[in-house]
Design a protein around this ligand. Structure first.
Ligand code: ADE
Length: 243
C-alpha cells in the first residue's frame, strides 16, 4: 500500500513511522509511506499555509491553494487514490472503517492545523475521518493513528504471533483476558481452565469471557456482534447484573 501524508509539520512523523512493526513494513516494501511538507506548494516568500477567516472570528484557516496543488501532484484523479482529511468533524474511526481503508491501494492523508480547513478543501476529499470526540492541536497524530491501525491489517505486516484475527473488535467483541507465566503471582492465580490443555474448554471460556467483558464495558458493541441466542441471553444477564 502507498500512503502519502501532507502536513506542515512533517518532522512529527519520523519516530512513529520508523519504529517497530510499521518501520519493518516500510523496509520490507509492504508499505510505502511518503511525508510531504505542505509548504512546498506555497508560492509566497513566507510559505504561508493559513489566513484569516472571512467574516471574522478567532483563529486561522488553512488556505485552499497549497492543498489543491499538493493533491494535483500527489493524488490520482481516477479511483486509484483515496483522499482522506483528518478532522474532528469526520466519520468516527472504528475497526470496520480501518478494515475498509486497508483495502485501498493508495491513501493520501491531509492533516490540518489552525482552526480548520477552508471548506473548499473538503471538495477534494473522498472521506473525512475523526479519531474521537476531542480536539487535537492538529491532524498529525490522527493521521498516525490511521496509518498505524490500517498498516497492521496489511498482509505480511504482522507476524504469525501478532495475528490480528483474535483481538478486540476483530469479531465485534472486546478481547478475552490474557495471562502469561507465572501461573500464580502476588496471590493472583491464572484461571485453572487455561492451564488445563483442553483446547475446546479454553475456546469456550475465552468466548464467554469476551462476551462478558463486552457486556460489562461496551454493551453498545453487542448490537452488531454475531451472537447465538444463548450467548445473547448470557450478555443480557451480565448487563442486568452490571447495572
Ligand atoms: N484534528 C484535530 N482533532 C482531531 C480528531 N479528533 N480527529 C481527527 N483529526 C483531528
Amino acid at each position: 500500500m502507498k500512503i502519502d501524508i501532507i502536513s506542515i509539520l512533517p518532522e512529527m512523523f519520523a519516530s512513529v513511522l520508523s519504529a517497530s512493526i510499521i518501520g519493518r513494513a516500510c523496509s520490507s516494501g509492504v508499505l510505502d509511506i511518503q511525508i510531504h511538507d505542505l509548504r512546498n506548494w506555497t508560492d509566497d516568500r513566507h510559505r504561508t499555509t493559513d489566513d484569516y477567516p472571512f467574516g471574522g472570528g478567532p483563529g486561522m484557516v488553512m488556505k485552499p491553494e497549497p492543498v489543491f496543488r499538493a493533491l494535483d501532484e500527489i493524488a490520482d484523479d481516477g479511483d486509484a487514490s483515496t483522499v482522506v482529511i483528518v478532522s474532528p468533524q469526520g466519520t468516527p474511526l472504528d475497526q470496520k472503517l480501518v478494515k475498509e481503508l486497508s483495502a485501498k491501494q493508495h491513501l493520501v492523508i491531509v492533516c490540518g492545523r489552525y482552526e480548520g480547513f477552508d471548506e473548499r478543501i473538503r471538495s477534494r476529499a473522498d472521506l473525512e475521518v475523526s479519531i474521537g470526540d476531542y480536539v487535537l492541536t492538529g491532524g498529525e497524530l490522527a493521521a498516525m493513528v490511521v496509518v498505524d491501525s490500517v498498516s497492521r491489517l496489511l498482509p505480511g505486516v504482522l507476524g504469525h504471533e501478532e495475528s490480528a484475527l483474535d483481538e478486540s473488535f476483530s469479531n465485534g467483541l472486546l478481547e478475552y483476558p490474557q495471562y502469561t507465566r507465572p501461573a500464580s503471582f502476588a496471590g493472583l492465580d491464572v484461571p485453572e481452565v487455561l492451564l488445563s490443555g483442553d483446547h475446546a474448554r479454553i475456546a469456550a471460556w475465552r468466548r464467554a469471557e469476551s462476551i462478558r467483558r463486552t457486556a460489562e464495558r461496551r454493551p453498545d458493541l453487542l448490537e452488531d456482534a454475531e451472537l447465538s441466542e444463548s450467548e445473547r441471553e448470557f450478555a443480557r444477564r451480565i448487563i442486568d447484573e452490571t447495572e
